[in-house]
Write a protein that binds this ligand. Sequence first.
Ligand code: UT7
Length: 330
Amino acid sequence: MTDTKPLVRRSVIMGSGSALPLRIMTNADMSKVVDTSDEWIVERTGIKARHIASDSETTRSLGADAARRALEHAGMTAQDVDLIIVATSTPDQTFPATATLIQADLGITRGAAFDIQAVCSGFVYALAMADAMIKAGQAGCVLVIGSETFSRILDWTDRTTCVLFGDGAGAVVLRGEMVPDSPASRGIQVTRIRSDGRYHDKLYVDGGPSTTKTVGHLRMEGREVFKHAVTNIASIMDEAMTEAGIAPKDVDWFVPHQANRRILEGTARKLGISEDRIVMTLDRHGNTSAASIPLAFDVAIRDGRIKKGNMVLFEAMGGGFTWGAVLARY
Ligand code: UT7
């Protein structure tokens, strides 16, 4: 029987890649910097280690490495790309956009490149933007990169924040394809993004070009963020699945932003998701903000857990507050 469903333009994930700084900093190393312990960090967050960038490893270099690996994995070349979106809150420079720097590194002279700043939700925002551009016919092949060097904006005397974050980058290649209009077809099915700026001062950086003329340091009311995280994430995941007409049991893999193991477990409990379908990498990467989802996705693709045809749900919440979810069949 032939499929009679109308064809629609979908953004199909063609490949993924990631890059991590060489230096690993364990919780034991961290306890030499601030008054903390492996026991406290593991119990409260699930984090055991994180990668920390050297001076020569930057958001640009990590992002470019992840992008090259994603293109190689997709079996495509940089010349296939006509849009680059980099999600980052730690750009190499205030401007130009890190995306344009990576565009130059990849030798691409056509199309467009820009950054998106939605902190830890940045990768989900970037996927939503890339998908909209592909569906609108504005782009055919998009490199979506999440790259961060949060170690540069941490207050290394503040144990309530510096133990949580790490550096790294992940990337996916999206390509517009005409497929039957069905959840069984590959590609992004639903994107949902939200924000509520009333909470801008719960997780922020206390500097910027227009105010202090400095880069500033990350500040967070951890408990406040935690309180909103489970509710916001569970509700946006629920909205995305409802819009797609599927239930949690139809999702093969949940690839969440990696902030805190307890947040992931709380969300899973709320939605009735078994933990063996959640990709967790925060034990080795810590919270890498906009890079955490593509990093986790790449790990699970390369170790064989996520396979072609699997339904995957990405979700995140971060400073702003911002939050969002993307449902895609890989
Ligand atoms: O990615 C963006 C989204 N970010 C998040 O989702 C982060 C959300 N928040 C969290 O993950 C958690 O709130 C934290 C992990 C940041 C903190 O965990 P918590 O269970 O909320 O701890 P708390 O802030 O309530 O602190 C408990 C105690 C305090 O001591 P007292 O006041 O009870 O004596 C802290 O001073 O733990 C102390 N503490 C530490 N102790 C050892 C705080 N940080 C540390 C530390 N080592 N690193």
